[in-house]
Design a protein around this ligand. Structure first.
Ligand code: PFF
Length: 456
């Protein structure tokens, strides 16, 4: 047993508090924005089918592993990896995995906050009736105008970062738990409302056919790998976010059941968001395969064209803001826990300091859409470079190493004790994590970084 594990440490007040917070981390822009547009681009049902397999076969075992590491160590990800490595008699260098995770969280936060800021801007636009009468050209120029306006983007980026740092500064009970307990039920309620709206006034049948009719001819290696990468990002894996949330979990909570609940809710939200969005898109004769423009260009046209569009449209953007908010909290938490547990800085100070660091990097992201457009790193603009580095390199790397640590390095007796699974299920979990997960992630990594010839 690890010394002092959990002594005097803040904990979630219940299993539900943890499940809501971890679901809050998982459900984000990835579910409501990216999943529907990826499904739209990759032929709907075929993509969804593979996505579901990836969540169950790769995402879930890794989610269990990451939560388990945090819960056992009862420490922030950096110190967690250090004590777990010591306990396993492994190299102290495993600590670097925690450090990489903490940094990756801040890198993602820097651009996640900028994008969430766009959602705040559209929320205000929609609530003020700004979607009325938008046609495709107007919707496009509205988005271009926002991206060309650094002051406006900076304003929203700053507001969103303040919202994030304020919650994280509040601590586990009064910050993270309280925010998730308010925001997540509200998020579910809004999503259900939009779904019912889509069922009654939209083309729900066509949306369902589009999302669930799997055309097996469209299942290609490229689609498979894209689905795998998305499953991974959507469950917030590979960077210590689930680890730090697991570290606030009490010993008597079932990690397996909680993980299944989180993975299921994350998936259900992505599917329901897809259904709601495509019901509306089809009812207004718009293009489902609009790519990233689906939410900021296509949907506003539909909102502008419907009765009550200001209300429906702004509710939709509230949904996106809440989803992004609970995720950005989870992005800032690993670093904040690390600093708070290792320096004399108080939690509010640590979160303000780290939020400021991510905010500064976000300023460069804002400028990369306008004034610094020509600035490139490895041939990519600043926004794309940060996204590429974190999503395509650091997260898969973190994922493989977490799988290797949990299934190869950690003593079987310890992981078995934490997971509390029967012998067969435990053996399946361990074998999956030993072979299937690393292989799958290495393939995603090679594909995403272009080291493997691009599969279509
Ligand atoms: N899972 C989030 C999404 O789908 O948008 C993204 C994310 C949040 C990744 C928090 C990692 C994380 F720690």
């Amino acid at each position: 047993m690890i010394r002092n594990a959990g002594a005097r440490r803040a904990h979630w007040s219940s299993r539900w508090a943890f499940i809501l917070a971890a679901t809050g981390s998982a459900v984000g822009l990835g579910n409501i924005w990216k999943f529907p547009y990826m499904a739209g681009e990759s032929g709907g049902g075929a993509f969804v089918l593979i996505y579901l397999v990836c969540i169950a076969a790769i995402g879930l075992p890794l989610l269990m592993a990451e939560i388990m590491l945090g819960r056992r160590a009862q420490r922030n990800p950096v110190d967690a990896m250090a004590v777990l490595a010591r306990e396993a008699g492994a190299s102290a260098a495993w600590r670097a995995l925690g450090v990489t995770g903490v940094i990756t969280g801040l890198l993602i936060l820097s651009f996640y906050s900028v994008v969430a800021g766009w959602m705040l801007d559209y929320l205000v636009l929609g609530a003020g009736g700004g979607f009325a009468g938008l046609d495709s050209a107007a919707a496009q120029s509205r988005l271009s105008a926002l991206l060309a306006d650094p002051q406006r983007m900076l304003l929203w980026h700053s507001v969103f970062m303040l919202m994030t740092a304020a919650i994280v500064g509040g601590g586990v009970a009064h910050g993270l738990e309280r925010a998730n307990k308010l925001l997540m039920p509200a998020l579910f309620a809004i999503l259900l409302f939009l779904l019912v709206y889509g069922l009654i006034w939209g083309e729900a049948g066509r949306a369902a056919a589009f999302l669930f009719h799997a055309d097996f001819a469209k299942i290609t290696p490229g689609v498979t790998l894209a689905a795998m990468g998305q499953a991974f990002f959507s469950l917030s894996l590979g960077m210590g976010s689930m680890m730090v949330y697991g570290s606030y979990l009490k010993r008597d909570t079932s990690i397996v059941r909680a993980s299944v609940a989180v993975a299921a809710m994350d998936t259900v939200v992505a599917l329901l968001a897809g259904l709601a969005i495509f019901s509306i898109v089809f009812a207004h004769h718009l293009e489902p395969a609009a790519g990233p423009g689906l939410v900021l260009q296509t949907l506003p046209i539909a909102f502008g064209d419907m009765a009550g569009g200001a209300l429906i449209g702004s509710l939709f953007f509230v949904l996106l803001v809440f989803a992004a908010w609970t995720s950005s909290i989870a992005l800032l938490e690993p670093a904040t826990a690390w600093i708070t547990e290792n320096t004399r800085l108080t939690r509010p100070r640590a979160s303000a300091l780290l939020g400021t660091a991510a905010w500064l990097l976000g300023v460069a992201v804002v400028l990369s859409f306008n004034a610094w457009r020509g600035v490139t790193l490895f041939g990519l603009g600043i926004f794309d470079a940060l996204d590429y580095l974190s999503s395509n390199i650091l997260l898969p790397l973190g994922g493989v190493l977490i799988a290797v640590f949990a299934a190869w390095v950690m003593k079987a007796g310890h992981s078995r004790q934490e997971l509390n699974l029967d012998a067969t299920l435990y053996a399946v979990w361990r074998l999956t994590l030993r072979y299937v997960v690393p292989l799958a992630i290495v393939l995603i990594f090679l594909q995403l970084t272009g080291l493997l010839p691009r599969l279509t």
